[in-house]
Design a binder for this molecule. Structure first.
Ligand SMILES: Nc1nc2c(ncn2[C@@H]2O[C@H](COP(=O)(O)OP(=O)(O)O)[C@@H](O)[C@H]2O)c(=O)[nH]1
Ligand SMILES: [Mg+2]
Length: 312
């Protein structure tokens, strides 16, 4: 049996073993998970949560690696959550990245964790937020979420961060996939990585055009930063812009607004989960199974069935 209070004091003193233990509790949704998350909640809300997304191969991991260095050089501690919805194996995911990031493993100010599906896709965004709460409570200054694709899970993950970086490469100049995906609307910073390649300026101009169509009333207007991650070029500027974004949204009230939205979203979500579990008792599950045994023409309609079940 785990002693939650001892575990929490370990987390608060940034003990890496206790942090890892807490992450496993959350990842495996063990019985202690809610009580743990509930108790650490009061210590969260201090970290700067940064989301990095973009097409596979655009250089997100290389950039993350550069950002780890630039943030730690500023004296900040950094936690990385690599999220791969396509991989069912946590240990198989990010193998290349792990090797690349190996050099950070010795650094006590850096904690790297990768997460993959383990069954339900829907839970991945939630789980990564919960893991971030553990890092936040334990005092990491910066938490970076790196996701691989451009689907719904990535959008959910990004919505739980304070600053969103969308990484593009010159080759994506004609790729309207990104433009359609919804990521364009939520980006706070665009990174044109692989700026050593042809097409960089073309993409820069195209992006500027897309951005000029955006609502311009906000306090923050998305910036476009060119980088060559493999040569660490543009990283200093990018880091400053990320910090600047955080300062601006902190001062304008946007950050508190985001955090209020997350608070009520999570409360709603937890209530829905409880209702669902309470509602579907054995009797109701059987009732549904019974209906399914009948030919479709003899079944009650789902509308009637749900009304009847709900009003019972
Ligand atoms: N030419 C060039 N290659 C880069 C740059 N940044 C990353 N790469 C390379 O692009 C490939 C994919 O990078 P990676 O960081 O794994 O991309 P991810 O899938 O978005 O995480 C690797 O071979 C990197 O070395 C860059 O700025 N210029
Ligand atoms: Mg990667």
């Amino acid at each position: 049996m785990i002693n939650i209070n001892e575990l929490i004091s370990g987390i608060l003193s940034q003990n890496t073993l206790d942090i890892a233990k807490a992450i496993s509790i959350v990842e495996n949704s063990t019985i202690e998970s809610h009580s743990l998350l509930s108790k650490i909640y009061q210590y969260t809300g201090k970290a700067h949560r940064i989301g990095i997304t973009g097409p596979p191969g655009s250089g997100k991991s290389t950039l993350t690696d550069c950002l780890i260095k630039s943030f730690t050089d500023l004296g900040k501690s950094v936690a990385i959550i690599g999220i791969d919805p396509s991989s069912p194996f946590t240990d198989g995911a990010f193998l290349g990245d792990r090797i690349r990031m190996m050099k950070h493993f010795e650094n006590p100010n850096v904690f790297i964790r990768s997460m993959a599906t383990r069954g339900s896709l829907g839970g991945l965004a939630n789980k990564s937020r919960e893991v971030a709460d553990i890092f936040d409570a334990s005092g990491y200054d910066v938490i970076i979420f790196e996701t691989v694709g451009v689907g719904q899970i990535e959008l959910d993950v990004m919505n739980a961060t304070d600053s969103i970086l969308v990484v593009l490469v010159p080759e994506s100049g004609d790729d309207i996939q990104m433009m359609k995906s919804g990521l364009m609307e939520i980006a706070d910073l665009f990174v044109i990585n692989k700026a050593d390649r042809d097409g960089t300026n073309k993409l820069f101009i195209a992006l500027n055009q897309v951005l000029s169509l955006r609502n311009n009333n906000a306090e923050w207007f998305p910036l476009i930063q060119k980088t060559i991650a493999t040569k660490n070029e543009g990283i200093k500027e990018l880091t400053e812009e990320i910090c600047n974004h955080f300062n601006i949204i902190s001062n304008s009230g946007e950050l508190s607004h985001k955090s209020e939205k997350r608070y009520s979203h999570l409360t709603h979500q937890l209530i829905s989960q409880k209702q669902k579990i309470e509602f579907w008792d054995e009797k109701k599950k059987n009732e549904l199974t019974e209906q399914l045994k009948m030919p479709i023409t003899e079944r009650k309609s789902p509308y009637q069935l749900s009304d009847e079940m709900y009003n019972k």
